[in-house]
Design a protein around this ligand. Sequence first.
Ligand code: EPU
Length: 421
Amino acid sequence: MNGECIVINGGRRLEGSVTVHGAKNAVLPLLAAGILTDEELTVEDCPYISDVDAMTDLLAETGARVTRDGRRICVSGKATSARASETLCKSMRSSMFMLGALLSSAGSVEMPLPGGCDIGARPLDIHLDGLRRMGARTECDGNFLRCTADKLHGADIFMRYPSVGATENLLMCASLAEGNTMLVNCAREPEIVALARGLKAMGAKISGEGTSVIKVEGVKRLGGAVLSAGGDRIVAGTVLAAVSLCGGDATIYGVSPDDMRSVIQAFRSRYCEVEESGVCLRVRSQGRVRAKSVITAPYPLFPTDMQPQYFACQCFSDGTSKICETVFDGRFAHAREFAKMGADISVCANSATVFGKEKGMRGAALIASDLRGGAGLCIAALKTEGESRVYNPHFIDRGYENFEAMFSSLGADIRRERFPS
Ligand code: EPU
């Protein structure tokens, strides 16, 4: 545990408005795309979160010049080193983007296998299979990855699963490969669309992003551009979950409701109204939760990154529901922590049965062990009367900019405390 925790005195309604920051999972690959050109690439709306800091450090390590001016980050100059360091790669999964970006720009990459949140097995076979089809040689000894390519060429690639990261890596490589690439069964998340649009602004020829078949006509070079990531749909969903659980009336700005269809659908109930207009959502909730089962799956279905927050709400529901996690095989660590608060849950493999309790939950000392799980614990604590302490907030800092400030602005009693470690 690091020497900090988030202290929450729950039981307050949430009222007011928040504007969500730029989308972490769109900003990270856009930044990595900065080394695909020797001109300047600017990414706007970059949030102050630790995963963005780690990505800028990784890019700087490859020799690129990276500067930050408020929320704008500029990357300029191609990579001069194809090696990514152990500490940074192990610290976050998004180091996986160095695979596509470095291979494409420097012709080789040597890196330890990416780390990141412990939410289950996270192999790279789909990435590597695609890269091999484009002409790369890959070697992986279980800990360390080496890929080289004299020249990448276009290919028809069928992905056995619509992996977000693999689609992004292959898009970056295909953009500068010789000839045409067709990616079949690719991921359709809004973050894929953001990357494809960014690459197109840099001169890439891509069509079909947002569908399961993407076509790329390789170009000889990419140029500079100014790109924007758009608001973070998971941060918006986290606020939606908290307001629906605690009760209140809040407006969430800066996100496209169209990107959150399945999430809005899951939270709408006879107790909770969600109104959509343009780039905002208004949530009005009585603070009761309808028991409703959910299954996570690739976009446009219910996102795995909202599962812990949804799970937190179901602990307080008016009945019994099931939560089935199909994307990652180890994303239920929060269930054990909810049980410390009095939740009645039975977990069997990747499926959890939650016997909702409208009363009788209590504050507790909770240990976060991943980013979204940590957010889920805080949401449960915001609802529960009495004090809860959420340890390991550094996980939350990976993806939420000033989590406590966002919820205090809605009237929550939440603060960060340091303690001697
Ligand atoms: N998979 C494979 N082989 C591969 C790649 C993936 O078996 O080569 C499996 C994974 O093990 C997992 C599933 O496919 O079971 C989905 O993985 P995916 O590759 O789609 O996920 P990712 O690219 O590693 C991104 C987000 C995650 C988000 C997932 C799913 C980034 C930086 N990360 O991860 O975000 O959960 O897509 O939507 O974009 C988060 O923000 O908290 C987070 C974990």
